[in-house]
Design a protein around this ligand. Sequence first.
Ligand SMILES: CCCCCCC/C=C/C(=O)SCCNC(=O)CCNC(=O)[C@H](O)C(C)(C)COP(=O)(O)OP(=O)(O)OC[C@H]1O[C@@H](n2cnc3c(N)ncnc32)[C@H](O)[C@@H]1OP(=O)(O)O
Ligand SMILES: NC(=O)C1=CN([C@@H]2O[C@H](COP(=O)(O)OP(=O)(O)OC[C@H]3O[C@@H](n4cnc5c(N)ncnc54)[C@H](OP(=O)(O)O)[C@@H]3O)[C@@H](O)[C@H]2O)C=CC1
Length: 306
Amino acid sequence: MSDISGDVSVPEVGMSDEDFAHRPTVLREGTFEGKVVLVSGGGSGIGRATAILLGRLGARLVLCGRDPGKLESAAACLTRLGADVSTHPMSIRSPDAVEALFAEVVDRHGGIDVLVNNAGGQFAQATIDIKPKGWNAVVDTNLNGTFYMMQAGARHWREVARPGCIVNVVAAIWRGMPQVAHTCAARAGVVFLSKTVATEWAPLNIRVNCVAPGTIRTEGFGNYPREALASFSQANPMLRTGSAWDIAEAIAYLGSDAAGFITGETLNVDGGSQNWGDPWFLGRPEYFELNYAEARLPTHLKEQAR
Ligand SMILES: CCCCCCC/C=C/C(=O)SCCNC(=O)CCNC(=O)[C@H](O)C(C)(C)COP(=O)(O)OP(=O)(O)OC[C@H]1O[C@@H](n2cnc3c(N)ncnc32)[C@H](O)[C@@H]1OP(=O)(O)O
Ligand SMILES: NC(=O)C1=CN([C@@H]2O[C@H](COP(=O)(O)OP(=O)(O)OC[C@H]3O[C@@H](n4cnc5c(N)ncnc54)[C@H](OP(=O)(O)O)[C@@H]3O)[C@@H](O)[C@H]2O)C=CC1
């Protein structure tokens, strides 16, 4: 994984493969021994950190994503760490590709135990300007793609009559997400889809949970302008971004037997952004600058504001 140094004025968080290969974890060695874990978007960022952690804990790993180069680089790292890993370039947006992926994985590994739906992304744009093609691209990736993967997982577990576990990576959407409305809507869809199937699929012994990251410093930050990055480090009361490792540990917990009585839940790993903070994906509009807001107040309210 490349190091995310950049020039954003936030405290550095550990971000390299090397760091993740050695970071202490509360999870016991062997927690995922004998388990096959499929991680979508496993070639970079949160997915890659998750694969490294789960590999260290004994999982056999299956990584998918669109870019074969990213997947190969992650696989090389995991192999160096002694993990068994296979890579499968594909897009989660294609239901046929998802079906083929599951068939390949069952063929190679004999089955799947845990599915981590981490693949996703968006572009920043004022909602009023989003074109249908852009809206559809983001919803197709984050909601539809995740649904195809979840359904394929459930069908597999139903067929082999084995327990299953799904962890979906969403986002801390709870106060809305200005400038990325498409992803906010799609992630809300995944949260409620997860709550719904947590009930429907309980008789199949399938647990379904979500992890909602706040601003997590990964390669993905490269998709946003400088103004956004500055706001990302001030988007929570801790006044910093999180690390992919913070999310990996939450995913590992929900994917493990330690969370055996948890289903339909969303675990926020966001530094408190639900309560305070202000991420702006294109930078903060002038309207929301505090001084600007005060300047627009009528005189009598200006007096009260002081
Ligand atoms: C406190 C809580 C905070 C939580 C969040 C904090 C920060 C979050 C960070 C992250 O999520 S990091 C993960 C980042 N990774 C990504 O975001 C992935 C990057 N994006 C993409 O891969 C793609 O943009 C996409 C969203 C998956 C779309 O992929 P696709 O290949 O289908 O689309 P395109 O062919 O590129 O475009 C289709 C269509 O979409 C519109 N569009 C695309 N990019 C832009 C853009 N930059 N600006 C405006 N519009 C865009 C456009 O209509 C495209 O059609 P055409 O006009 O090109 O025909
Ligand atoms: N970093 C953050 O602050 C936050 C991230 N998230 C979410 O966490 C997840 C991981 O993000 P992060 O690690 O930060 O960023 P990355 O951009 O590194 O990860 C996104 C991954 O998704 C994969 N992906 C995207 N589209 C598809 C597709 N159609 N089919 C298969 N794989 C796909 C990408 O691989 P490839 O390009 O090879 O297809 C990539 O590995 C994403 O869903 C992201 O939106 C949520 C909240 C905050």
